[in-house]
Design a binder for this molecule. Structure first.
Ligand SMILES: [Zn+2]
Length: 159
């Protein structure tokens, strides 16, 4: 089966910057997602469309096709008591939070008294990135997976 909307796709991946420095890879195990749900950056979903298990591909994506461009309005001040575990908040902490109705990847920039400066821009924003992808498996999603918007089972979500 080939990759198309609503297919469950399992990939190994490596992300490099334009100098070839490895930024992130699937060393901890392959990544699974449902094609068309926007889990992957848009350029990658597009590059994977029509591929099948065993295919390898390499794609260089602009910031617009990958994690977007920096938006200084996403550098925000929040209160230390807005965090669930205020004592765990340290400079450099990464977490996910809902900002403007979107789950965003955030980094703590500084802490001044009870005020925390966070950057909700993705760490890979503004970067042109090279993706090396190996398609491990492609299968049909179950109705339950489509309903939940994520993959269940060995490489997926446990609940
Ligand atoms: Zn689920």
């Amino acid at each position: 089966m080939i990759i198309a909307k609503d297919a469950v796709v399992i990939i190994d991946y490596a992300i490099k910057d334009t100098e070839g420095t490895l930024l992130e890879d699937s060393d901890d195990g392959p990544m699974s997602f449902i094609q068309g749900t926007g889990v992957l950056v848009p350029g990658l979903e597009q590059a994977l469309e029509g591929k099948k298990a065993g295919d390898r591909l390499q794609a260089t994506l602009t910031p617009e096709e990958a994690f977007g461009t920096r938006d200084e309005e996403l550098v925000l001040e929040v209160g230390l008591d807005d965090f669930q575990d205020p004592e765990e908040v340290v400079v450099g902490l990464n977490f996910q939070a809902e900002i403007n109705n979107e789950i965003r990847f955030c980094t703590v920039e500084s802490i001044t008294g009870d005020t925390v400066l966070i950057d909700a821009n993705h760490p890979f924003a503004d970067k042109t990135l090279s993706f090396d992808i190996t398609v491990k498996d492609v299968r049909e999603a179950t109705p339950e997976e489509l309903d939940h918007g994520h993959v269940h089972g060995e490489h997926g979500h446990h609940h």
